[in-house]
Design a protein around this ligand. Sequence first.
Ligand SMILES: [Zn+2]
Length: 330
Amino acid sequence: MSLRVVALAASLAALPIAATDDGASTGRPRTQTLAIEDGARLLVISPHPDDEVIAAGGLIQRVRTAHGDVRVVYLTDGESYQAGVRIEEHVADPKSSDYRVYGVHRQHEARAALEALGVERGALTFLGFPNDGLSRLMTTYWSERRNAFVSPYTRRDRPRPSEIVVPATRYRGEDLTQELAAIIGSFHPTMLAVPRKEDQHADHCAAWYFTADALGDVRRVEADFRADVLNYVIHFNSWPFEDESALLPPPDLPAGPSGWLTVPLTAAEAARKRRALQKYESQMRMMDWFLMTFARRNELFSRPPAFRVVLPIARNPCAAFAEPAAPRAK
Ligand SMILES: [Zn+2]
């Protein structure tokens, strides 16, 4: 894997870009409406259950309305949220079994949330990789040259058997890249929504690198494969601000060459997104204000500049967003 050299260009030409205000006259970042083609095939990469609805609950509805197909891939179960586990599982000092149960609980919530958006269960894929561990798989825990990563929360070193896409998958970076490449290669998305690398949660940042690496693998096999890659942002300083009715871009994050792309939601779509968010009961109990701050009249994306990501990498680009080492669960 380390010898792979894959050049990958973002498919900037996939959608027409209308001539719009470049921001120079208003001082505001350039924003245009994202066009959604009939029959689009949308793949949403979600680091944790709830990110897909927070970022793209409206886009998912739009694609379905356009007779398209939606697939959601959850990289982790969001199982390591210690404060959430304490409350949900009624334990002061959670054990590995509590984290595992919490992960299953969040999977159930994801199914209910996507059902609220009209997406059937078969469109959801849970990869069961380690929450708060993804970025370390890009560096230290990349290949079988060393032991797989062991989650300090669940004590697992591999997904559940039913979740394994590529045989013999362990918590290793190259295994995650291979699973994502297999999913992308079989679903053939025309649109792919994935966190932006500047998203300040280490799992979100790592989701970008793994997806970009997997896209390189797919292009190596299918040279003409193209997908419109759309980045979303969830964690960025204190953004988004609660006192705005529209979701405006983070002030300190440049959109890049595509400008910001907005998906305006009808009142009915916004209400349905809100209902889907409310299905994440465990998360609503902990931070309903944060989830609901994304339940606006629009969603925001940007396209990455041309990119070339080849993992593994020596220095973890998401390390700045990582949380301190967690206590090991018993
Ligand atoms: Zn997340």
